[in-house]
Design a protein. Sequence first.
Length: 287
Amino acid sequence: MLKGRDRDRAIIQRLDDWEKSGARFPGPIDQQLRLLRLYIEAQPRIGTPKPHLARDAVSALLMQGKTILAFDDLKLDWSLLEELFRASIRIVVVELPGSHENSQRLNQLAANTPLLRQVARDYYNGTPLSSTATEHCIDTTLMEACTSAALAPFLAAHSEALSELVAQELWRRKACPLCASAADLAFLEKEQGARWLICSRCSMEWLFQRIQCPYCGTQKHESLAYRTNSQGLYRLYTCEECHGYIKAIDLRKAGTEVLLPLERILTVDMDRQAKEAGYRPGHKTVS
Ligand SMILES: [Zn+2]
Ligand SMILES: [Zn+2]
């Protein structure tokens, strides 16, 4: 499986090929693909931040069950963050009634650095954005989508810098060891088939039990199940306790060309199947 810059280059190549061939995707997928391009193209401009903790300090926190990256530890370039926020407005605000007003107010938010800082902090800390959105007459979902898109490349850069300091054996928890968010994708590694979770927010990867719900934590065998597609490449893990689901890719069944950030977007049919069967994307229901 390609990783890091090689993977990013392969994704951009794939996106360019699709664009040249005139490939058309349904609106929501197209939007996600454009956000992915924005995210990848921002990465070289952010670089790799110097870790704020040494390996021992990271291990000490993990042993206490504490996550290692607080909002104030993030090294954020606010002018680039503002630029990314504005770029994401152009992608996520589609031509619907009220879109002009929403765009205008989101751009005002982008220009108001103290407010943007507050919104970014709230988003990162899991504080609902709804009251700030209401106060500024902005649709909450749009505000959250732009904040998430603008912060994502910074969070991924921190995750890349810190991930090698995380001793995987010290952390088998549901939340991301870095940012405390939940996973929205998993993969089974090629060698032993161990299950790794991928953070929905910072893209950190961490090892997790095969038989445990990554959302409510139940280990009851009778509550946990998965179904696979005909090639066995994709798995949909479901939980009867919390009715959450997570998509997974079995790398033992995949070639080297699997690009997980693209898979996350293109496997929408699995999301549809899961929702039709009464399950919810687990990362959206846990804090
Ligand atoms: Zn994370
Ligand atoms: Zn569960």
